[in-house]
Ligand binder design. Structure first.
Ligand code: NAI
Ligand SMILES: NCC(=O)COP(=O)(O)O
Length: 334
């Protein structure tokens, strides 16, 4: 039986509300409901309507997640958390505002609570702006860290996936300098373990996990850096000793090419951009961000708030739709 799917609105001044409205206009979010601000969603519905057949898109306030299952086709069901900042729909789109960051965070927390309570099957988050989140006083750089903290603090990892690649990251929202320092044997091993467990849960019996090096040519035998020998190779050996089919460190410039042609089920990448560039280069419309290690299913589009095009009604909802489909698949497999 179809269960409600919680979709947090994202930053109200970015493209999140628009891609949600657009996806509902295309009937691509069955059972989904927006945890967000009613007037923000009405503004988004008005903005996408001319591009989606020119017919008005109904937006309805719902009282409980279950009500999402009864709304007519193309209707955008909205569950509005209490206490959202007033006047969000009057703020100009495409800019950093503390009120917008505060609203985005409140919607994520409410949506998460509904998933944790069992009222919704999974959480799909529309993009937030990290500077707006910080302006609102939130101590977390992004969803991943916020959700981790709200769920008790157990280790989590970010995975980006499309039909061709799965990439799991050792570190995410830190400077490159700090990311290099974060390449330690325990952190790499933990990433491999989390990736392996998540892929098994998703139905892959013995996941083949390629571990990327950090330095050019995976250090070229120590000529270009020591992290491979001192940190990454011992982590791979420990994973193998624990029965995980891990290999590496592989040269980072070619490992994604091999994974894409089917040699591996996932690549563990040493830092954010090493892993995300290959995935995003294959097309923003395909990528899905999944938080591994949480007690609930959370997915998100691979792109951000796209302030440069917010309000035009032309943002592509494909990655959001892919995120919702993946959330359903993962929730069904859990
Ligand atoms: N899941 C999330 O909450 C994510 C949030 N972000 C945050 O979003 C903010 C803006 O990040 P940027 O680096 O500017 O990346 P971005 O992904 O928002 O935009 C990069 C480029 O892609 C285009 N683009 C993005 N999504 C699109 C879509 N659906 N349809 C058409 N074009 C699209 C934008 O117009 C822009 O030219 C930052 O604060 C970043 O941290 C970034 C990635 C994911
Ligand atoms: N590049 C992906 C990204 O920054 C999204 O982070 P999060 O908000 O999902 O933690």
């Amino acid at each position: 039986m179809l269960q409600p799917l919680a979709l947090s609105m994202g930053d109200p001044l970015g493209i999140g509300p628009e891609i949600l409205a657009c996806a509902f206009a295309r009937n691509a979010l069955p059972g989904g409901y927006v945890v967000g601000d009613l007037e923000v969603m009405r503004r988004a519905a008005r903005c996408v309507a001319p591009h989606e057949g020119g017919v008005e898109l109904p937006v309805a306030l719902i009282e409980s997640p279950a009500d999402a299952l009864a709304v007519p086709p193309r209707c955008v069901p909205v569950w509005q958390p209490p206490g959202l900042p007033p006047g969000l729909a009057q703020l100009p789109l495409g800019r950093i505002e503390a009120a917008a960051g505060a609203a985005a965070a409140a919607c994520i927390r409410s949506a998460l609570a509904q998933v944790v309570s069992g009222a919704a099957a999974a959480l799909v988050t529309a993009p937030i702006h990290k500077e707006a989140l910080a302006a609102a006083g939130e101590p977390y750089p992004g969803h991943t860290e916020l959700l981790q903290a709200e769920c008790g603090g157990a280790p989590v990892r970010m995975m980006l996936a499309n039909d061709e690649l799965r990439v799991v990251l050792v570190s995410i929202h830190v400077s490159l300098r700090d990311a290099i320092a974060a390449v330690t044997q325990p952190a790499v091993l933990q990433t491999i373990r989390i990736a392996d467990a998540a892929l098994r849960r998703a139905g892959i019996e013995a996941p083949r996990i390629a571990v990327a090096g950090l330095n050019p040519h995976a250090g070229e035998g120590g000529l270009f850096g020591s992290e491979e020998r001192e940190q990454i190779a011992p982590a791979v050996a420990a994973a193998r000793a624990a029965g995980i089919d891990a290999s590496g460190p592989h040269a980072p410039d070619t490992v994604f090419m091999h994974a894409r042609t089917g040699a591996f089920d996932a690549v563990v990448a040493m830092y954010h951009d090493q892993g995300l560039i290959p995935v995003k280069y294959l097309g923003l419309e395909q990528g899905v961000n999944v938080t591994l290690g949480l007690p609930v299913v959370r997915t998100s589009p691979d792109h951000g708030t796209a302030f440069d095009i917010a309000g035009r009604g032309t943002a592509d909802p494909a990655s959001l739709i892919a995120a919702a489909r993946m959330a359903r698949r993962l929730a069904d497999a859990a």
